[in-house]
Write a protein that binds this ligand. Structure first.
Ligand code: 5AD
Ligand code: SF4
Length: 348
């Protein structure tokens, strides 16, 4: 008897992995009914571990200057149609102070690959925030660095690191990046971060140019073996000032399906309902939670720079202060029957 997509989803839930043939069938023939079936299972799995709690992380996008040239991203060095900014150490710390007042217990410091913030500076910022807020976790998301740099940040107090692998397929990587960037170095970074004891976040864009079923399967196999603590997934969205400006955006449904599959594959993972998901659909993040996501990452950057961190067109930005952001997120989370938790929200 032919095996149905629902049978395959059941098997994934039970074994946390599938054969390449099973993955191929799922990706190439899933329908809306299968997607909802996976979402229900995935959200039950998330609830069995994390309950109905959604963790919030405050992101401080402290610099949009980048010396890399990823073809998909609006912050790429080659984009001259963007107003660049850098926040001072003082500004960064003050965003965290603000966030703390409104219940944030994780701060994500994110930027382009901006060499202005050297190792000493990053370490100083991290240790200062840790000293002011010892009950908070610090996540860095500042790109590819050396082992020694990652080690220094860790010793300064950084707890987590986000570095999406972007694609587990080396040929696909070279479609998304210029040849000055290397997939092997990306993988080396992720291995270094893991070995240094960080909680590590990997992840991909769904529907990035050149992504095939084989790439998605490679991603699932990579994640099943690397076992990231966090998984960032969002649809690819074109940015008008990049070489991929005319490429179609990724599929909303496939993004939700991938969230569910990742949850079934790695039940304990921390999976955010991303800004890109909220950009492609007004209630995309709420649907992400219903598909198995359990983290939301509102913006804590100063209001006057928020519209400048433009990875892709039409990125949703909240114009309110940290308090208003927090309330908006709370309302969204509660609208689907969950609650926001004041907690560091560590991997269980
Ligand atoms: N569309 C969607 N996601 C993007 N990112 C960068 N550019 C885009 C885009 N055009 C994602 C990448 C990167 C993260 C910071 O944002 O996956 O790792
Ligand atoms: Fe720079 Fe990151 Fe954008 Fe690549 S994805 S251009 S490294 S900010």
């Amino acid at each position: 008897m032919e095996i149905t997509n629902k049978n395959i989803i059941d098997k994934l839930e039970e074994k946390n992995n599938l054969s390449r043939d099973e993955w191929t069938q799922l990706f190439e023939s899933f329908n809306e009914d299968d997607r909802l079936y996976a979402a229900e299972k995935a959200s039950n799995v998330a609830q069995s571990i994390y309950g109905k709690d959604i963790f919030i992380r405050g992101i401080v996008e402290f610099s949009n200057i980048c010396n890399k040239n990823c073809y998909y991203c609006g912050l790429r060095a080659g984009n001259s149609n963007i107003e660049r900014y850098r926040l001072s150490e003082e500004d960064i710390v003050s965003c965290c102070q603000d966030g703390y007042k409104y219940g944030f217990r994780t701060f994500v410091l994110q930027s382009g690959e901006d060499p202005y913030y050297d190792t000493n500076m990053i370490c100083r910022i991290v240790s200062r925030i840790k000293k002011d807020f010892p009950d908070c976790a610090i996540t860095l998301s500042i790109g590819e660095k050396t082992y020694e740099e990652y080690k220094a940040y860790k010793e300064a107090g950084a707890d987590r690191y986000l570095l999406r692998h972007e694609t587990a397929n080396e040929d696909h990587y070279s479609i998304l990046h210029p040849d000055t960037m290397s997939w092997k170095n990306r993988m080396r970074c992720l291995d270094d971060l893991k070995s240094l004891g960080y909680q590590v976040g990997a992840g991909v864009m769904i529907g990035s140019p050149g992504q095939t079923t084989k790439c998605l399967i490679d991603d699932m196999e990579y994640m099943a073996s690397f076992k990231p603590h966090m998984i960032g997934l969002g649809p690819f969205l074109p940015n008008s000032y990049t070489p991929f400006k005319d490429k179609p955006k990724g599929s909303y449904e496939l993004t939700l399906f991938m969230i569910s599959l990742c949850r079934l594959c790695l039940p304990h993972a921390l999976i955010p309902a991303t800004t890109a998901l909220g950009t492609i659909r007004p209630n995309g993040r709420e649907q992400g939670i219903l598909a198995g996501a359990n983290v939301i990452m509102p913006n804590l950057s100063p209001v006057n720079v928020r519209d400048k961190y433009k990875l892709y067109d039409n990125k949703i930005i909240s114009t309110g202060n940290s308090d208003e952001c927090r309330r908006d997120i709370e309302k969204r989370v509660e609208s689907v029957g969950y609650q926001v938790l004041i907690d560091r929200g560590d991997f269980k």
